[in-house]
Design a protein around this ligand. Structure first.
Ligand code: GDP
Ligand code: MG
Length: 297
């Protein structure tokens, strides 16, 4: 029986490791990650239930400066809206760096009343450990954080302690989700995201931002899951890059995505991928809606 349950928003500028942290907490890859900013485009719930406690994490696209495109506008609105009605806010920083964009995220947080835990992530990368204590002291002066916790989402160090700290702020109440549910997203969505992650990681500059993935078929048949995916790009030249010489690139992306899907779904996966051109999709509200992007969830 669940006795405590609450919502936790994970916020911060792009690339500080918010999605990596969520995956580490859940022990499953439900939120895709990469070295690029803007990897996370949707709001994703990660649900963890143990010892009568259900913690519901919201991973958000990072709060970043407004760009011109419709896509950026939707991502910023998704990030700031997730601050409404949460029990705890986790603000993630990258090591002992505090940039203007971190300041922007902190300003957004100040508009709400839930306790804020400051997470100093990528602690494994901090070379000069002597900088850590003064940085913690300075941060504590700049805002009334409920706690300041250094962690490494990559190695897992400090993450248990962070979870325990978060749990102390959760209100009493029944769970919102069944105990075995780990996300609010469908398997279709997760499959598309895993393909998008491989595309983001495998392809050169610029291309990934003008690309999205749609799952056309997702069926359970004898022997496993049969999944067909369409990769939408904006230009013919981009289509050629995604496919690669003799189809090598697309094949590699498909193989990596399929392996991750098998791990996540615990079943054999048969994956087909196709590349299609649809010009202007990232700046077209209607095209974005039809591909599943919206800012009202
Ligand atoms: P997000 O944009 O805040 O969601 O950031 P991601 O989770 O996508 O991570 C951005 C990059 O930082 C990825 O390349 C991650 O592998 C890397 N990263 C995340 N956490 C850590 C960490 O604790 N240590 C190190 N060394 N790298 C990390
Ligand atoms: Mg992310």
């Amino acid at each position: 029986m669940i006795t405590h349950c609450g919502f936790v928003a994970i916020v911060g500028r792009p690339n500080v490791g918010k999605s990596t942290l969520l995956n580490r907490i859940l022990g499953q890859k439900i939120s895709i990650t990469s070295r690029r900013a803007q990897t996370t485009r949707h709001r994703i719930l990660g649900i963890k239930t143990h010892d009568h406690i259900q913690t519901i994490y919201l991973d958000t696209p990072g709060i970043h400066r407004q760009g011109g495109k419709e896509m950026n506008r939707i991502m910023n609105r998704t990030a700031t809206r997730s601050l409404v009605d949460v029990d705890v806010v986790v603000l993630v920083l990258e090591g002992t760096r505090f940039t203007d964009e971190d300041e922007l995220a902190l300003q957004q947080i100040k508009r709400q009343t839930a306790p804020v835990i400051l997470v100093i992530n990528k602690a494994d990368k901090i070379k000069d450990k002597e900088k850590l204590l003064p940085f913690i002291a300075k941060s504590a002066e700049s805002f009334a954080y409920a706690h300041i916790v250094p962690v490494s989402a990559k190695t897992g160090k400090g993450v248990d302690e962070l979870e325990k700290t978060i749990e102390t702020f959760l209100p009493e109440g029944p769970g919102y989700f069944p105990e075995d549910q780990i996300t609010d997203k469908s398997e279709r969505f997760l499959a598309a995201e895993l393909i998008r992650e491989k595309l983001m990681r495998q392809l050169g500059q610029e291309l990934p931002y003008s690309l999205t993935v749609e799952i056309e078929k997702f069926t359970e048949e004898q022997g496993g899951l049969h999944i067909a995916a369409l990769i939408w790009v904006e230009k013919d030249s981009q289509k050629r890059i995604v496919i690669g010489k003799k189809g090598e690139k697309l094949k590699e992306i498909g193989t990596l995505a399929r392996e991750d899907m098998q791990k996540l779904f615990g079943a054999k996966v048969f994956l087909e991928t196709w590349v299609r051109v649809k010009s202007g999709w990232s700046d077209d509200v209607r095209a974005l809606r039809s591909l599943g992007y919206n800012d009202d969830d």
